[in-house]
Design a protein around this ligand. Structure first.
Ligand SMILES: Cc1cc2nc3c(=O)[nH]c(=O)nc-3n(C[C@H](O)[C@H](O)[C@H](O)COP(=O)(O)OP(=O)(O)OC[C@H]3O[C@@H](n4cnc5c(N)ncnc54)[C@H](O)[C@@H]3O)c2cc1C
Length: 452
């Protein structure tokens, strides 16, 4: 993706400091857990966190430079997932010093994996309508209810839990945010199989589950404000990923080490998950006057169409041009937002707008990829061995990626707030249009009309 290569060129001081640190610290023979301990405690795993909260206080743009530099060096990158992406920024924003020092080190070093226990069967878009209850008994909260769509719940050590703590208050005012231990008898995690063939998300039943008050993040009943921090980071993370041809056939992930105690990667050799080192000068790609590499966000589709002899098809050329335009717009959006934020400003609604654009890009890339594949697009494999065999066919691994991405393309337009909800937010909060009729935000939760 072009962002990565551009990023590495644009902050020499940061790159030099990190490179020197990597030369001293990277050792492929460390275990994943040992390496992440070094990376996390040095502030390089979650560099966007404040410097006194196990980060380095870097902007999102600079944190992309950090990730790109680690990859280019050939070291294993920071643990992916919700512990660093969502839980850590939420906790560091709202928790006490004691909670930060107790919870954040395990999150940034990949020792624990988090999941997000927000959505429920009756509360998705209307998240504030959630009905999982938490009742305080001394220093302990007892939790009963059901969550659904819980991504990675089966691999999580901790959950970001939203529970109703005051049903007499209007729905936004009676919710509390907890960091709950997933390894307890009161929590039953049941994986749900998707059309992708994976079971990425789960339903989670909480029956007399327990969470100590010391794991309550923020004030009692003030969880909506805390949840909004989580959701902000979820949406802006998606916007940041929109800086390229996301969903295109070039975007195949490699073998990734997974955080947390459940998967079992922490004891494996770090070098076995590291990408090959790359040198900045090795590129033979065309360059802009700035000296940066130019890689189209549609590059993966261009290569695939060329390989399958479809590059002269007028419709496909049109689709490739559109993929390039949308991907480039997404990159400019990210850059524009970065520039405004670096001056202390903000662009209202940009995170929502970026997510909407990302949804369009993913849908377009799905359709374009399938158009390039033609009949080959009807063959998809649900297991690794068959996938390897399919990768021997014309189109290779890129074609395998296209069918996988086509099946997964429905996800992003739904999670983190559906397209319709993003449009509602942009219209009400950014454009100042009137709210939806029938606003129930002031009605006590237990007096709200219920379905059925
Ligand atoms: C891949 C994936 C991973 C997810 N991971 C997690 C997770 O880890 N943790 C978690 O808590 N949740 C997760 N979710 C849940 C996700 O946040 C919800 O699916 C989403 O908020 C939508 O809620 P819902 O599915 O209940 O749909 P509903 O809210 O029932 O919406 C159904 C339809 O009605 C539309 N709609 C609803 N209200 C309005 C309105 N006011 N105006 C206009 N249209 C409206 C919606 O846009 C949608 O098209 C995940 C979802 C997906 C797809």
């Amino acid at each position: 993706m072009a962002m990565t290569d551009q990023a590495v060129h644009s902050n020499t001081g940061l790159v030099d400091e990190l490179q020197a640190w990597l030369e001293q610290n990277w050792d492929p023979d460390l275990t994943v857990g040992e390496w992440w301990e070094r990376l996390g405690m040095a502030g390089w795993a979650a560099p966007m966190l404040p410097a006194d909260c196990y980060g380095r206080g870097l902007s999102r743009g600079d944190s992309l430079i950090v990730a790109a530099t680690i990859a280019r060096f050939g070291a294993l990158g920071a643990p992916a997932g919700m512990a660093i992406g969502l839980a850590s920024p939420t906790i560091t924003t709202h928790a006490t010093r004691e909670q930060i020092d107790r919870l954040i080190p395990d999150a940034v070093t990949g020792k624990v994996a988090y999941c997000q226990l927000f959505s429920e069967p009756g509360a998705g878009s209307d998240l504030a309508g959630l009905s999982t209850r938490a009742v305080k008994d001394g220093e302990l909260w007892h939790v009963d209810g059901q969550k659904v769509w819980t991504s990675g719940g089966q691999y999580a050590d901790m959950g970001m839990l939203l529970a109703r703590t005051n049903p007499d208050a209007p729905k936004h005012q009676g919710i509390t945010w907890f960091a709950i231990d997933m390894h307890q008898p009161g929590i039953d995690v049941r994986p749900l199989k998707e059309m992708t063939g994976h079971a990425m998300f789960n339903e989670v039943f909480l029956t007399a589950a327990e969470v100590p008050d010391e794991n309550r993040i923020g004030d009692i009943h003030n969880g909506w404000a805390v949840a909004n921090t989580t959701l902000f980071h979820e949406r802006s993370g998606m916007g940041a990923r929109s800086g390229g041809g996301a969903g295109g056939p070039g975007a195949m992930p490699g073998r990734m080490a997974r955080a947390g105690t459940v998967v079992g990667d922490l004891d494996k050799r770090a070098g076995d998950f590291a990408p090959p080192a790359r040198t900045v000068t090795a590129s033979k790609e065309p360059r802009e006057r700035t000296g940066r590499r130019v890689v189209s966000p549609a590059q993966g589709h261009i290569s695939l169409a060329r390989e399958l002899g479809k590059l002269d098809d007028a419709n496909i050329r049109q689709g490739i041009a559109k993929a390039h335009i949308l991907g480039t717009l997404a990159q400019y959006n990210t850059e524009r937002h970065k520039a405004v934020r670096s001056q202390g400003g903000d662009i209202p609604g940009i995170a929502n707008f970026s997510k909407l654009l990302m949804a369009d890009i993913i849908r377009h890339n799905r359709d374009l990829g399938m158009q390039i594949l033609g009949a080959r697009g009807m063959i998809h494999s649900y297991n690794d061995e068959d996938r390897d065999e399919l990768a021997e066919l014309p189109g290779g691994a890129a074609a395998v990626a296209v069918t996988a991405q086509a099946l997964g393309a429905q996800a992003l337009p739904i999670f983190g707030g559906t397209d319709q909800i993003q449009r509602n937010i942009v219209s009400e909060r950014a454009l100042g249009l009137p709210k939806e009729p029938g606003d129930l935000a002031k009605v006590p939760f237990n007096q709200l009309p219920k379905n059925g």
